[in-house]
Design a protein around this ligand. Structure first.
Ligand SMILES: [Zn+2]
Length: 125
């Protein structure tokens, strides 16, 4: 996990002072807890061998998608999300997803300067 975070940091947010944290799974976490928080995303990532594919979703988008497919909604547990994804990975063609909550510390300069654009791929640091 630490390794993934390091990768994330150096690929995406190098030098911009953002700090990503991984929430500890307590209670357990459900999607509805994060509705309306602009600094939180769901990261769905492929757990395939050496595959680094991942995608970020807004909480609201994820909930809407689950409801549309009749798979869940705001009460869906984050830990159970990966198992609901049935689309093969575009890179390794496997179905082996994991999901986690990603949030940006809103006290950082990076967040204050860029807000939700902090999540955009390739955004200038
Ligand atoms: Zn993959």
């Amino acid at each position: 996990m630490r390794q993934v975070q390091a990768l994330w940091r150096c690929q995406r947010v190098e030098g911009c002072g953002l700090d990503f944290h991984k929430e500890k799974p307590l209670n357990p976490l459900i999607l509805g807890q994060f509705v309306g928080r602009p600094n939180v995303r769901v990261r769905v990532r492929c757990r395939g061998d050496r595959c680094k594919f991942h995608r970020l979703w807004r909480i609201e988008e994820m909930i809407a998608g689950l409801e549309k497919r009749g798979q869940g909604g705001a009460r869906t547990e984050v830990d159970g999300l990966g198992a609901k994804m049935t689309t093969p990975c575009p890179m390794c063609k496997r179905v082996n997803w994991g999901a986690e909550i990603l949030w940006v510390n809103t006290d950082t300069m990076g967040w204050k300067a860029r807000g939700e654009r902090s999540f955009e791929p390739g955004a200038p640091g």
